[in-house]
Design a protein around this ligand. Structure first.
Ligand code: FAD
Length: 504
C-alpha cells in the first residue's frame, strides 16, 4: 500500500471523527491520531451532555431527526421553533457582535443538515426533556434553542462515531500525540507524531487539525487568560494542551479569536483537577437561576436570572473566579428544591443544609453570617411578588433596587430547609485559536490558505467571545469537521490523480 495517507486527522473528539468520516465518505484513505489511550478517547466531546443547537421549525423537523418520537410525545410537547435568524441573533448577541459573521453563517445554515448526516453515520438523537424543557401543567415546553441531544450523551455520541469509523475502515492510532507538521515551505505534507513513545514522521496529502483548545495547559491558561486561571479546575480531558494550535502557528498560521477568553462555569468547588479523574458530569451546578449566589462576604455579585442558563452559564465561571478566594455558594430553599438538576443530589457535592438562614451561613464556615442574613432579607424584600414565577419563560419576576438585581425567576428564600452548594471555577474550553475560511482552510496572516492544512472544532478561533450559547460547540465541530474532511479528501485525491498522471 501507498506509504502516504490521503488525510491525517489529528484528534479524537467530535470534530475529528466527523472530519474522518467525511473524508472517508469522499474516498480518502484516512488515519486518525488520538493522543489519549483507548479508555480515555473522545476528548471533551465525551464529557458533554451531547446537546446540539440546530435550526428547526417544530415537531415535524424534530421527527425527521427522532423518527421514533411518538404521537403522545408530540401532543404533550411544545418544541417551539429555532429559526436561522434567531440562531444568528443569538450568536451575535451572546458574543457581543464579535463572532466572525461568515463562520457564524456556515454553522447555522449547515446545522440541521449536518445533524441529519450524523444520523446517517449511526448517531441517534433524542429530545432533551430532562435538561432543556420544563413540565408545566402536563405539557413540556423547550427553551433556549436546544431540543435534541445524542443518545447516551457525549459518551454515546463518541461511541457511535468510533463505531462508524471502524465500520468504514478508518485507521485509528491511540497514544498518538502529533507534535509538529511536516512541510516544504508552506505546503503541509504530514505530521511528526509520538506514538507509544516512538517519534515518527507520517506523510499525508492533507492534514486536518481537530485537537481542541488549550484549557488543560496550566501555563498557557495563566499566560493568556490571566492570573488565577492556572488554578481553575478542568471540566473535561487532560489532553487538550494547545498542541494543534502551536503546530499550526509554527507553520505560519494566523492566530485568531479571543485568546484571553474561555468558556467557564460555576463548578463543584472540590472537584478534581481534570474531568477524567472524576467520571463524567458530577461537577455541574447549573440550577442557579432558581436561587442566589453569594461570595465569602455574604454578598450577591451577579444576576442569576439574567437569561436562561444556556446563555449565562459559560461566562459565570470567570465571575466566580474573580470573587475573594475564587469561590461562591449557591443557595436554594424548599420551594425550588424540586427544580435542581440531578447532579445536586450526587455524592461529592460540597453541600450544607439547615432550617434557618443564620444556621445555614454558619455551616458554610467561610461566609460572613451577618452579611448573608442581611443580604437575603434585602433580596426577599425587593422581589416583585405580583409577577408569577414560570421557569419555562423569562418570567420577568425581578428584584428592584438592588446593586445586582435578579431579573427573572426571583423567588423568596423563606421556606426551610435551606440548602447551599459551594462552587469554584471550572474551565470548559478556550476561545482563542486559528483562523480558517468557510471551507476550513487554515489561513496565514495574509489570509492565504496553507496548502494541505484544515482545521475544525475548538481550536478554531473567531467563534466565541466573552460568552457562548450552550450546545453550539458540538454543532460547530460537526459542521466544520464534515467540511474539513470533504475538502481534505478532495485535495488529496486531486494530488494523487495528478501524481498518477505524471507517472503515466
Ligand atoms: C463537561 C462538558 C460538557 C459540555 N457539554 C456540551 C454540550 O452538551 N453540547 C456542546 O455542544 N458542547 C458541550 N461542551 C463543549 C464541547 O465539549 C466542545 O465544544 C466539543 O466537544 C469540542 O470538540 P472537539 O472535537 O473540538 O474537541 P475535543 O472533543 O476535546 O477533542 C480533542 C481531541 O484532540 C486530542 N488531542 C489533543 N492534542 C492532541 C495531539 N497533540 N495529537 C493528537 N490528538 C490530540 C484529544 O485527546 C481529543 O481527543 C461541553 C464540554 C464539557 C467539558
Amino acid at each position: 500500500m501507498d506509504d502516504i495517507y490521503d488525510v491525517i486527522v489529528v484528534g479524537g473528539g467530535n470534530a475529528a471523527l466527523s472530519a474522518a468520516l467525511s473524508a472517508r465518505e469522499h474516498g480518502a484513505r484516512v488515519l486518525v491520531l488520538e493522543r489519549a489511550p483507548f479508555e480515555k478517547r473522545g476528548g471533551n466531546s465525551a464529557f458533554t451532555g451531547g446537546g446540539f443547537r440546530m435550526v428547526h421549525h417544530g415537531a415535524e423537523d424534530i421527527k425527521k431527526i427522532v423518527p421514533d418520537l411518538t404521537q403522545d410525545e408530540i401532543d404533550r410537547t411544545d418544541f417551539g421553533e429555532y429559526s436561522v435568524e434567531t440562531y444568528l441573533d443569538d450568536l451575535f448577541r451572546i458574543t457581543q457582535y464579535n463572532i466572525d459573521p461568515q463562520l457564524a453563517e456556515v454553522i447555522v445554515l449547515n446545522s440541521t443538515d449536518t445533524v441529519q448526516w450524523l444520523r446517517t453515520r449511526g448517531v441517534r438523537f433524542v429530545p432533551n426533556y430532562g435538561r432543556q424543557a420544563y413540565n408545566v401543567n402536563g405539557r413540556f415546553k423547550f427553551f433556549g434553542g436546544v431540543v435534541i441531544y445524542a443518545n447516551g450523551g457525549g459518551v454515546g455520541l463518541v461511541e457511535s462515531l468510533y463505531d462508524a469509523c471502524d465500520k468504514h475502515g478508518i485507521e485509528i492510532r491511540y497514544n498518538a500525540r502529533a507534535l509538529s507538521l511536516l512541510r516544504t515551505n508552506e505546503t503541509i505534507e504530514g505530521v511528526m507524531a509520538n506514538i507509544d513513545g516512538i517519534e515518527q514522521n507520517i506523510r499525508a496529502r492533507s492534514v486536518v487539525l481537530a485537537s481542541g483548545g488549550f484549557e488543560a495547559n496550566r501555563e498557557w491558561r495563566a499566560r493568556y487568560l490571566g492570573p488565577g486561571w492556572d488554578l481553575a479546575k478542568v471540566r473535561g480531558t487532560r489532553y487538550n494542551t494547545g498542541d494543534g494550535i502551536q503546530m499550526a502557528l509554527a507553520a505560519g498560521a494566523q492566530s485568531y479569536g479571543q485568546w484571553s477568553g474561555c468558556h467557564s462555569v460555576a463548578w463543584e468547588r472540590n472537584a478534581s483537577e481534570f474531568g477524567d479523574d472524576d467520571g463524567h458530569h458530577t461537577g455541574y451546578r447549573h440550577s442557579y437561576p432558581f436561587g442566589i449566589m453569594v461570595n465569602s462576604e455574604g454578598r450577591r455579585f451577579l444576576d442569576e436570572g439574567a437569561d436562561f442558563r444556556n446563555y449565562t452559564y459559560a461566562k459565570y465561571g470567570k465571575i466566580v473566579l474573580e470573587q475573594p478566594g475564587s469561590f461562591a455558594w449557591q443557595v436554594f430553599d424548599a420551594q425550588v428544591a424540586h427544580l435542581l438538576r440531578d447532579e445536586y443530589k450526587l455524592r461529592g457535592a460540597t453541600k450544607v443544609k439547615a432550617d434557618t438562614l443564620a444556621e445555614l451561613a454558619a455551616k458554610m464556615q467561610d461566609v460572613s453570617v451577618q452579611n448573608f442574613v442581611e443580604e437575603v432579607e434585602a433580596y426577599n424584600a425587593s422581589i416583585k411578588k405580583d409577577v408569577t414565577f414560570d421557569p419555562n419563560i423569562k418570567d420577568g419576576r425581578t428584584t428592584v433596587g438592588l446593586k445586582f438585581n435578579k431579573t427573572n425567576w426571583a423567588n423568596t428564600l423563606e421556606k426551610a430547609p435551606f440548602e447551599a452548594y459551594s462552587v469554584g471555577c471550572g474551565i470548559t474550553f478556550t476561545f482563542g485559536g486559528l483562523k480558517i475560511d468557510e471551507t476550513t482552510h487554515v489561513l496565514t496572516i495574509e489570509n492565504r490558505p496553507l496548502p494541505g492544512l484544515f482545521a475544525a472544532g475548538e481550536l478554531v478561533g473567531g467563534l466565541y467571545y466573552f460568552n457562548y450559547p450552550g450546545s453550539t460547540g458540538l454543532m460547530a465541530g460537526a459542521v466544520f469537521g464534515r467540511i474539513a474532511g470533504r475538502e481534505a479528501a478532495l485535495r488529496a485525491l486531486d494530488l494523487a490523480k495528478a501524481g498518477a498522471e505524471a507517472v503515466a
